[in-house]
Design a protein around this ligand. Sequence first.
Ligand SMILES: Nc1ncnc2c1ncn2[C@@H]1O[C@H](COP(=O)(O)OP(=O)(O)OP(=O)(O)O)[C@@H](O)[C@H]1O
Ligand SMILES: Nc1nc2c(ncn2[C@@H]2O[C@H](COP(=O)(O)O)[C@@H](O)[C@H]2O)c(=O)[nH]1
Length: 207
Amino acid sequence: MRDPAKQKAMAGPRPVVMSGPSGAGKSTLLKKLLTEFEGVFGFSVSHTTRSPRPGEEEGKDYHYVSREVMKAAIANGEFIENAEFSGNMYGTSKAAVQAVQAKNLICILDIDMQGVKNIKRTDLNPIYVSIQPPSMEILEKRLRDRKTESEESLQKRLHAAKVDMEISKEPGLFDVVITNDDLDVAYGKLKHAVLEEIQKVRDAHKS
Ligand SMILES: Nc1ncnc2c1ncn2[C@@H]1O[C@H](COP(=O)(O)OP(=O)(O)OP(=O)(O)O)[C@@H](O)[C@H]1O
Ligand SMILES: Nc1nc2c(ncn2[C@@H]2O[C@H](COP(=O)(O)O)[C@@H](O)[C@H]2O)c(=O)[nH]1
């Protein structure tokens, strides 16, 4: 296959990487996207060693595994990227991304900053979106109000957030940086960032 146009058309839609501090609103925004555009996006279900939160489901939100299982799978080459975050392991398996791409859907990855840097070394070629909170104070309030973290985990996440907010300003690291203040405004910006890929999937479904 030498025709670049044909190659591009066959490559399928570009994945979307969503990153940003814990509590910035990534899951809230991506859930809106998955609901509005059913049959267009697919979520890359990560593995984690943290325990499920109330309401979270195995295989939907995460694959919940022990540290031993995760380490063995990483050693076996099953992961595209993995990271240690707030005392737990997280990782994107090759199978998670392939499951979405096999359906020709836009694969969404919700990953931390270490994950972003590692994905940059692969040939995944995603659109990189950073979701940022309006301020550290608002971030802390959102995380506390979510009531999912112990004080220790909360402090670790706030520390990581400060680093994330600085690094995300690095020119060229993200295609789009969205401040999630008003949810509807932030969602509008996210949709705009991925519009071209949405159109590709819709065109492919028509033909
Ligand atoms: N624009 C917003 N205004 C007010 N509250 C918001 C907004 N966006 C999200 N929230 C709330 O903030 C909290 C954190 O949001 P969310 O869980 O989506 O963050 P996250 O970035 O996915 O975090 P994590 O990385 O820990 O999974 C949630 O309780 C959510 O309802
Ligand atoms: N590098 C990766 N980071 C991931 C992955 N899955 C989730 N995450 C990030 O972890 C933190 C915490 O998530 P939480 O669900 O415990 O609040 C958050 O920033 C996620 O984006 C992954 O596979 N790789």
